[in-house]
Design a protein around this ligand. Structure first.
Ligand code: WTA
Length: 651
């Protein structure tokens, strides 16, 4: 297992515990500790009850139908996600409540009440229908963090079309692969986006991505506008603002969807070079998103809730769009970065809008720590009542800093472990009920069964580490990998019988708390984003100078992990700093800037076992300086040979 030894030591010596205030406990949505035993004794009854918080067109009669590894949740029920997230609130006092408060990077802002959001979604649904979108069609979405992004998702869901959002930082090639895999006919993008005052081209990327793809129409939102002209291809490209004018202002009837109909695909990295299209369905996903919003995030009508993740990732899907809107909450959505125009932008937003619940990633917290206290201290953060983190293990120092300097020791912290595949938070404290420990995601939420097992699948018991597993199905679990049932079975369910294997290592402490240790496969977690080693390796060997490449994640103070690439070049190629930079840029062009290697180390050979497997642990130790202080000697062929001897051949 590749779990970091240093992290484990640090965690196991952590003894601090934190309890919610009496006031928080008394007012929490989930305040009865018995819920854990009740849900454990009968998970189906628990989920069946939680599902009643949604509005069903036709109520389900069966909660779960489980033929491992295939689950049907609420399988004979029908509903519509957008009806649940928007329209049902329009029929209540929430009609004029703010649904989405949006702030753009340049400081422009818009507020959509539930009524206004519903109106925009209906117009967008009419527009998509006019473009030929039908129930079950896949719509690829490549948009920045602008209101049209959630409006698009909700419009697709209202029609019953399947959206596939591709994070706007991905390259044209990555977008192309996802379009082709999903077989999408429509792409929705923008002319460009804003990033730290600069214009980021999106339409230009989209133009490249749609070549030789099934895309027939490209719908373009004008975000940046006049100064940034995008070439429109006649017959294929159409502007959102022009087409939407033709939409009738009549309500769009919500499609009656079966609970098991697909809601969306979201691509994520795995251990092979090809990203996986994770399939989420209508009923189970929404039950998971809605329940965790109420239980883990303790959402109330008075809250102003902000999840800083981009909607291009699962966190934004579940905790900016579907979770909070399904509860009728007020959501803040922000287009920009925390350091533009100043490093207090997040704190400014919390002060300006009176944010009460704030959810972000450990990598951001570590960055804020580095920037210093002047920024948060210059703003009034007293509206905050609950904080959350997600994406990677949080180190206790960052947890304590967040607790003291952002939460002012008043706010419980929910460290939420989950994955694109799980749909919603799985291991996280219910903030009114669970005492927290800095660095631990604590326990599985009610209705979820998580444990830690050894190589043979036997639970390790308290005080031990091993593989994190989920032993029972849950409503928002992925149903399959798009077009690849075999990969679904082998990746997640192939290791232990009828048990879901997330690919993380974990330690169970003597109080039954879980400490997530990080990935145990070849997936690298850079700033909370999953990158497959193989994806980066394929991008590198695609360059004409490269013979072979091995990519690992090494620990990094701010990013959690950083990508280090070991590269052997072809005969006759001179290695140089310039070549390293060219290769880094090549990876950016192929995948996107999130996959940019932090460093490239040229080596005369790659260390391999007798069965020709790359010795990643040795490479990680080299990159982290444990075996070789000065990596410049790496080009000497004897170095790797002598190092290999110190490592077991069994990797
Ligand atoms: C990691 C993001 C420790 C983990 C929601 C998981 C975490 C992967 C945590 C999923 C956490 C996420 N503590 N590790 N609180 N949250 N991870 O699919 O390795 O982008 O398997 O989903 O991130 O990443 P994904």
């Amino acid at each position: 297992m590749s779990a970091e030894p240093n992290r484990l030591d640090a965690l196991l010596s952590e003894t601090r515990t934190f309890s919610p205030s009496e006031e928080f406990r008394a007012n929490a949505n989930f305040s009865d500790p018995a819920i854990y035993q009740q849900a454990d004794a009968n998970p189906e009854a628990y989920w069946g009850n939680q599902a009643k918080n949604l509005t069903w067109f036709k109520p389900f009669t069966q909660v779960l139908d489980w033929h491992p590894p295939y689950a049907k949740w609420f399988g004979d029920g029908t509903l519509n996600v957008t009806y649940n997230c928007v329209d049902r609130h329009r029929e209540t006092w929430r009609k004029n409540k703010a649904a989405i408060i949006w702030e753009g990077e340049p400081g422009d802002a818009k507020v959509y009440t539930y009524e206004m959001l519903g109106h925009e979604v209906d117009k967008a649904a009419h527009m998509l229908q006019k473009l030929g979108v039908k129930k079950g069609d896949r719509v690829t979405v490549y948009l920045p963090m602008i209101p049209e992004l959630p409006i698009t998702l909700l419009a697709c869901a209202k029609i019953g079309a399947i959206h596939s959002v591709v994070f706007a930082g991905f390259s044209p090639k990555s977008l192309h692969e996802r379009i082709v895999d999903a077989d999408s006919r429509l792409l929705i993008t923008a002319d460009a986006g804003w990033r730290r005052g600069q214009v980021v081209p999106l339409k230009i990327n989209a133009d490249q991505a749609v070549e030789d793809s099934p895309i027939e129409k490209v719908l373009v939102v004008e975000r940046v506008g006049k100064d940034f002209s995008s070439e429109m291809v006649a017959g294929r490209d159409v502007f959102w603002h022009e087409l939407i004018k033709e939409s009738p202002s009549t309500p769009f009837a919500a499609a009656e969807m079966n609970a098991e109909d697909i809601l969306f695909l979201l691509y994520t990295s795995g251990t092979t070079g090809k990203p996986k299209g994770i399939v989420h369905t209508t009923g189970g996903y929404l039950v998971g998103a809605n329940t965790s919003m109420r239980s883990v995030f303790d959402i109330k009508d008075e809250d102003v809730y902000w999840c800083s993740a981009d909607i291009g990732w699962v966190t934004g899907h579940t905790y900016t769009v579907y979770g909070p809107l399904s509860t009728g909450a007020t959501v803040l959505m922000f287009e920009g970065t925390p350091d533009w125009p100043r490093r207090d932008r997040y704190w400014e937003l919390i002060e300006k809008y009176g944010v009460t619940i704030f959810y972000t990633a450990p990598t951001s917290i570590r960055t804020f720590m580095k920037w210093g206290l002047d920024y948060p201290n210059s703003r009034d953060l007293s509206s905050l009542r609950l904080l959350g983190t997600v994406g990677e293990p949080i180190n206790p120092e960052a947890w304590m800093w967040y607790h003291q300097h952002i939460g002012h020791e008043q706010c419980p912290i929910v460290d939420t472990w989950w994955q694109t595949e799980t749909g919603c938070a799985m291991i996280a404290p219910l903030p009114g009920l669970i005492e927290t420990k800095p660095g631990s995601a604590t326990k599985a939420v009610p209705g979820v069964s998580a444990t830690v097992v050894d190589e043979t699948g036997t639970p390790v018991g308290e005080g031990n580490g091993g593989y994190l597993v989920i032993t029972k199905p849950w409503p928002s679990m992925l149903r399959t990998i798009w077009g690849d049932d075999a990969r679904y079975k082998s990746t997640y369910w192939g290791r232990f019988k009828d048990t879901y294997m997330p690919g993380d290592g974990a330690h169970l402490d003597e109080h039954g708390y879980l400490w997530i240790l990080g990935r145990i496969d070849d997936v690298i977690n850079v700033s909370g984003h999953r990158i497959g080693s193989m994806e980066v390796e394929s991008a590198l060997v695609d360059h004409s100078a490269v013979a072979e490449a091995a990519v690992i994640g090494r620990s990094h103070e701010i990013k959690g992990q950083a990508i280090t690439a070991f590269v052997t070049v072809k005969e006759g190629i001179e290695t140089s700093v310039e070549l390293a930079n060219v290769l880094k840029q090549h990876v950016v062009d192929k995948i996107g800037s999130i996959a940019r290697p932090e460093e490239i180390l040229f080596t005369a050979e790659l260390p391999k076992t007798r069965s020709a497997k790359i010795m990643r642990r040795l490479l990680r130790d080299i990159a982290e300086g444990r075996v070789l202080g000065d990596t410049t000697t790496l080009a000497d062929p004897s170095v790797i040979e002598s190092l290999k001897l110190q490592y077991k051949d069994s990797e």
